[in-house]
Every structure is written in C-alpha cells, then in structure tokens.
Design a protein around this ligand. Structure first.
Ligand SMILES: [Fe+2]
Length: 224
C-alpha cells in the first residue's frame, strides 16, 4: 500500500499535540473525528513547467483537489462511511456526493503520482512486456490511450488498469468514475476534466494529452 493512501487524521481528545478540548467535554481519550487530509504533492508545484504550469497546479491541486477533501470531510460524519478507508468508500458508496468527492480525492492523488518532472518515455521490464502482450506494441497502446483520453465526452478520466487475472485494459470513466469500482487496479490515469488543462492549453485537450506523455511516471505505474 502506498503511503499517500493513509490520509486519515485522527484527532484524539486529550492526546498530546492533538486538538485541545475543554475538560468538561470528555472524561477519557477517544476518537473525536477522522478526517481526510490533502496529501502532499510528490514534486514541487513548479516542477512540471513548462508542460504543466505552477498556476495549473495551484488551481488543480490547491483548489480543486483540496475542495474534494473538504467536501468529503463535511459529508462523512454520521454516515456508514465515516470510518472507512478512502478505497472502501470509493468501492462501497452509491452514486452521489460522497462517492463523487471520495473518488475525486483518490483519483487526483493517484494522478499526481502518475506524473514526474523526470517522466516520459516508455515503460520498462514487466509492464513493458504486458503492454506489448495486450496491445501489440507500446505505440499502439499509446495511440489507443490517447484516443480514449481525447474522445472522452465531457469530464472524466482515461485509465490503464489491470484486473484480478492480470489482464490490462484501457478505460474511460466519466466524472469521478474509477476502475476501483470494478475491483480493478489502476496503473495509470490522465485527468481530462477541463480544469486539468484550461489554463495551459485552453480547450486543446489533445495538446494536454501530448504533454501528459512527456510527464508520465512509468516507474510509478510499474510499481503497482
Ligand atoms: Fe482534476
């Protein structure tokens, strides 16, 4: 399990360094609330320039991703999902605000890890072999993934995913959708919501996807 998935912050009453609670509210330490926090980016906000500007990251991560975390924390208290992990919420919540915000938190954190200032090129090793086996060649895979990302109507995500039998697939999901819902393991994603590219590329999604390929973190995908 990657460390960024551990995004719950537990506030303990009476625990050193935790939230200060007036003594008359509590006699014994107990979990007050569990909140998700915005995971740190795996690189500096300006590290992907000029392909992805700091301004884009400031909005995409600092505003959009952060808002999904805030919204999720507001929605969870008193629901059956309040003590679940992010992955459990994504897999168990029905369509609606809790699913949408939880999945958008997960998807964005995953997306940042799929990018690297040292990215680009082609995968190596077992992942390269699997891509060749399933798609014929890396070039064919890249073309098919690009088509999926560019042609996806409206907001959503393009994915490379692996099912429990090891079969790879390229998938398009709308809005907050994710292969996790089908029990698959995401290996790579490209966020094609307009907020991902409008500052740098305006409406030119194909140019953004071109940039994505120059930033793609194959080492991360291969680690999954
Ligand atoms: Fe996004």
């Amino acid at each position: 399990m990657t460390t960024w998935r551990l995004t719950r912050r537990h506030l303990l009453q009476g625990a050193a360094g935790a939230m200060v609670v007036p003594y008359f509210f509590s006699a014994a330490p107990k979990v007050l609330a569990a909140e998700f926090t915005l995971p740190e980016l795996p690189w500096a906000p300006d590290a992907l320039q000029p392909l992805m500007s700091k301004e884009t990251i400031d909005f995409h991560y600092g505003k959009h991703h952060a808002a999904y975390v805030t919204n999720l924390n507001k929605l969870l208290p008193g629901t059956p999902y309040e003590n679940m992990s992010l992955e459990e919420i994504v897999q168990k919540a029905p369509p609606g605000p809790i699913f949408n915000n939880a999945a958008q938190v997960w998807n964005h954190t995953f997306f940042w890890n799929c990018l690297s200032p040292k990215g680009g090129g082609e995968p190596k090793g077992k992942l390269a072999d699997a891509i060749e086996e399933h798609f014929g060649s890396f070039a064919d895979f890249q073309q098919q993934f690009t088509d999926t990302a560019v042609k996806l109507f409206g907001s959503g995500w393009a994915w490379l995913a692996r099912d429990k039998d090891g079969k790879l697939s390229i998938e398009a999901t709308s809005n907050a959708g994710t292969p996790l819902q089908a029990g698959k393991t995401p290996l790579l994603t490209c966020d094609v919501w307009e907020h991902a590219y409008y500052i740098d590329y305006r409406n030119a999604r194909p140019k953004f996807v071109e940039a994505f390929w120059k930033l793609v973190n194959w080492d991360y995908a291969a680690s999954l």
